[in-house]
Design a protein around this ligand. Structure first.
Ligand code: IPD
Ligand code: CA
Ligand code: CA
Length: 263
């Protein structure tokens, strides 16, 4: 595990927010059967989790800036540090009672992602990474999978929902291209966990478009520290700017990128 002050700060904020989310997740099941459904309740749970993280991180590291999914950009006096926070990644899963969701916190320093924490409170799975210190899953060091051929690999992706109809045609073409070569394709519904699972060697690769910095920030550090390669979905380095990602070990990353490119 990583014994740094920074990791302690990030982990304790994620665990605290996660405790609230876990309680609220229990409540969602009851609301599922109500006529109104759990929609508003989940929105509140999401915002509450974000406030917990914001308060914890602001207290521990005064002056750092924020990019919050719900609250937007909060400029800090310290211009070299920015937190990227997704308090609840996998909202649709959470809403439907599926235990595949996570808190995701990433830290950017001087334009580089340097630390990430992803925590699923439903399964008590904690993924952490800090630049130069490796990536860990529940205190065990993790590495990306070693498979070299995408034909043997399990590849994760994100299917753009109704609200992102503009990227449906492109996604269909990319999926068609990848599924003709990959061993299997999965869609979990939480990009942060997709990235964490690549870092842990559960998935061999992952690509998705239409993402935001808070979906990817923590996961990028995890994949890199686990020995993986990460670019945007066109092979570029401006991942946040492109809003897309493609990753895996050196071999899978290249093959997946080629398949996506030729779509
Ligand atoms: C979403 C999830 C999903 C991905 C979407 C994201 P949210 O985040 O990460 O897997 O496909 O693009 O917006 O809305 O659940 O925080
Ligand atoms: Ca998200
Ligand atoms: Ca979210």
């Amino acid at each position: 595990m990583i014994n740094s002050a920074l990791m302690n700060v990030m982990t304790s904020a994620a665990l605290k927010a996660g405790r609230g989310l876990k309680r609220d997740f229990g409540e969602v099941e009851n609301l599922q059967v109500s006529v109104k459904g759990p929609g508003d309740f989940v929105t509140i749970a999401d915002k509450k989790a974000e406030k917990v993280i914001f308060d914890e991180l602001s207290k521990a590291r005064p002056g750092y800036g924020f990019v919050l999914e719900e609250g937007g950009i909060v400029e800090g006096a310290d211009k070299s540090h920015v937190w990227h926070v997704d308090p609840l990644d996998g909202t649709t899963n959470f809403l439907h009672g599926l235990p595949i969701f996570a808190v995701s916190i990433g830290l950017e320093r001087e334009g580089q992602m340097v630390a990430g924490v992803i925590y699923n409170p439903a399964t008590d799975d904690l993924f952490v990474a800090e630049k130069g210190h490796g990536a860990y899953y529940n205190n065990r060091r993790i590495r990306v999978a070693a498979r070299r051929d995408v034909a043997e690999g399990l590849i994760a992706t994100g299917i753009p929902p109704l609200g992102k109809a503009a990227i449906h045609p492109r996604f269909k073409a990319e999926l068609a291209s990848v599924m003709t070569r990959a061993g299997g394709v999965r869609r979990l519904g939480a990009a942060a966990l997709d990235l964490a699972f690549v870092a842990a060697g559960r998935f061999d690769g992952f690509w998705e478009r239409g993402l935001k910095s808070w979906d990817m920030a923590a996961g990028l550090v995890l994949v890199r520290e686990a020995g993986g390669y990460v670019t945007d979905a066109d092979g570029g380095t401006d991942i946040f700017g492109a809003g897309s990602v493609c990753c895996g070990n050196e071999h899978i990353h290249k093959q997946l990128l080629d398949l996506v490119k030729k779509a």
